[in-house]
Design a protein around this ligand. Structure first.
Ligand code: AMP
Ligand code: GLY
Length: 420
């Protein structure tokens, strides 16, 4: 019998998860809550928000959902996994306690310090005056991180004291992201990469590595975003680097979570940096990365239903096999993103783009209006190209991007610049 699966979330990451599940011969019907207009072509969208955990649980019970897979951190931080487990439902994603590794920067930093995992030096502050004094005595640039979920916007790299004071004021005096603390961190340099692993307690299975592009504009300029493009694999990360990252970072952290009484089950995402002093952790996330998932999961040849089941049930993990094709994707975002932007602009040319072949289009924020797609978010589409090598993947993706017409979208043209 084929299984009924529910995917929670509605961005490009969830589109890629739905897409991967739809390749499994074991999966029958796929639901996605809330999904989006593009996901609706592959799954039945359910009008529930990702944080409506009780309603989602009731939906899963009523529909006889066999497996639920959670995309966004907000649902995990809201305790969706605990709620589903209490009801005897199978769900892929960490408990609320384990999700703290992402929702609290301070928790993550203390965990790393305790288990000797390499990361930037840090101190945590609640008081504006003390934080400002500490920053004043240190060197610049300095990194200031709000200690909580801030949709990728809670990190400020301040080049001077005035900038640091302004950011600390936002975070500690004006409570821009809510009442909270700030982690003040040493500034590190080097290429970043995303190392996502399937984790079940102390057991860790690495995925192929990818690289995000966080700044809004070409040349890594402009404000930080959720991510403007990604590619996989990442040639500047060697096998030795991966071995180190697995043995000295991901495995000790997974074991540390077990020792702390909050074992992690799900995808542990290491945001790592290859610094002149070795690989260090920039951040952990408790879920698949977005847009990394859109270039990683299409390369997974193993049946993803079996992979999720192995983690959920604690049964043997099948060997993870990856396509030798490279993947590289461009995010098309609304003008103004990550700041204010308009919605509702018509999108044309998606069929022409798809017809070129060697690409996938993942919908990040679209809606359907009068029978056509319109923009409905900051990040709107991700166009991923595949090919023999990153250059070929980039060429395929760019050709497809050029077919897409919309009067309110922009994209970074230099995705992959570090390696191409
Ligand atoms: P985070 O949300 O912690 O990943 O931070 C967002 C971005 O800020 C990262 O992807 C880095 O580019 C940058 N960043 C964070 N921490 C540091 C650091 N200690 N040194 C340099 N850059 C950092
Ligand atoms: N692309 C970074 C993230 O998912 O947090």
């Amino acid at each position: 019998m084929k299984h009924k699966v529910l995917v929670v979330g509605g961005g490009g990451r969830c589109h890629a998860i739905v897409d991967a599940l739809s390749r499994s011969p074991k999966v029958g019907k796929i639901y996605c809550a809330p999904g989006n207009a593009g996901i609706a072509a592959q799954a039945e969208c359910v009008p529930l928000k990702d944080t409506q955990v009780v309603e989602l649980r009731d939906f899963a019970l009523a529909e006889g959902i066999d497996l639920t897979v959670v995309g966004p951190e907000a649902a995990l931080a809201a305790g969706i996994t605990d709620e589903f487990n209490k009801a005897g439902l199978r769900i892929f994603g960490p408990s609320k306690a384990a999700a703290t590794i992402e929702s609290s920067k301070d928790f993550a930093k203390r965990l790393m310090a305790k288990y000797n995992v390499p990361t930037a030096a840090f101190r945590t502050f609640e008081d504006y005056g003390e934080a400002a004094e500490y920053v004043k005595a240190g060197t610049f640039p300095v990194v200031l991180k709000y200690d909580g979920l801030a949709a990728g916007k809670g990190v400020v790299i301040a080049g001077d004291l005035a900038g640091a004071e302004a950011a600390l004021k936002d975070m500690l005096l004006d409570d821009k992201f809510g009442k909270g603390r700030v982690v003040v961190e040493e500034y590190l340099t080097g290429p970043e990469f995303s190392f996502m692993c399937f984790v079940d307690g102390a057991d860790v299975w690495p995925m192929t590595v990818s690289q995000d592009h966080k700044r809004a504009f070409d040349g890594d300029k402009g404000p930080n975003t959720g991510g403007m493009g990604a590619y996989s694999p990442v040639p500047l990360i060697t096998d030795e680097d991966l071995e180190y990252s697995l043995e000295k970072i991901m495995k000790p952290v997974a074991a540390g979570m077990v020792a702390e009484g909050c074992p992690f089950k799900g995808v542990l995402y290491g945001g790592l940096m290859k610094t002149p002093a070795g690989i260090k952790v920039i951040e952990f996330n408790c879920r698949f990365g977005d847009p990394e998932t859109e270039v990683v999961l299409p390369r997974l040849k193993t049946d993803i239903y079996d992979v999720f089941s192995a983690v959920v049930d604690g049964t043997p993990m099948p060997e993870l096999e990856w396509s030798s094709d490279a993947a590289l994707g461009f995010v098309l975002a609304s003008e103004g993103y990550p700041g204010q932007y308009e919605k509702g602009h018509a999108i044309h040319g998606l069929d022409d783009a798809e017809a070129l072949g060697n690409i996938r289009i993942y919908h990040m924020g679209t809606a359907m209006k009068d029978g056509g797609y319109v923009t409905a978010g900051g990040r709107v589409l991700m166009v991923v190209g595949f090919g023999d090598g990153l250059k070929a993947a980039q060429t395929h993706a760019l050709k497809a991007v050029e077919c897409i017409r919309c009067d309110n979208l922009f994209y970074r043209k230099d995705i992959g610049w570090r390696v191409l």
